[in-house]
Design a protein. Sequence first.
Length: 256
Amino acid sequence: MLTLNPVVVSAKSSKFDIVDLIEEELGDSLRDGDVLVLSSKFVAVSEGRVVKLSSVKAGERAKGLGAKFRMDPRLCELVLRESDEVIGGIPGFILASKDGLLTPNAGIDKSNTKHGTVVLYPRRPEVSAWRIREALKFSRGVSIGVVVCDSRLSPTRRGTTGVAVAASGIEAVLDMRGRVDLFGNVLKVTTQGVADDLSSAAEILMGESDEATPIVLVRGVKRSLLKDTDYGGKKFAIPMDECVYLRSLGYSGRAA
């Protein structure tokens, strides 16, 4: 049976040692086979990825995007720096690709941070996940999985769900091709987003406002899914020109 245990943590606004904090909150309770789902924002803040907008100088393209989408040009500048490609946008939001993830404003967040600052994604979230897993393995002697997650919007759906931006120690995407379903049909294209599923489950407890729950301990994940492997953003992703949504909408790789 899968169980999820939330960990409430006081708000953080500057760099801190995330491994020490996890040790303090969960160290004695960690077991082999556990999976820690961590908020990407929480990981990012621990790494000092908080930026004062007053320190950002907007370039000409950022100013153009700001006028087009009615946004602060300094935020647009950060989106351009953080994203791999800008797809388009609407007033207030730029749709961008970041490490294979299609996300508004390249994942840059203005919520739950001091006024006038924004939080970027961790620079290399897969390395962050691996480092946390290895540190806890060394200090506690436990073999666990770590998933770094964020909330996302899905096309045509109201409300946010979870998405994994990195994972370590768990088979984050399970290839189901070649398996047979209940009626003997062979699966030809199906893969299961295990880390995304865990992220969505954890997001129920993490919430979106003042829950202060950036860590969720998941227990009961199938042992067969716990493997010595690491996933970064692009390992989760498919090329955008192969995406059923973008292809159907006529995506051609043209930047906004």
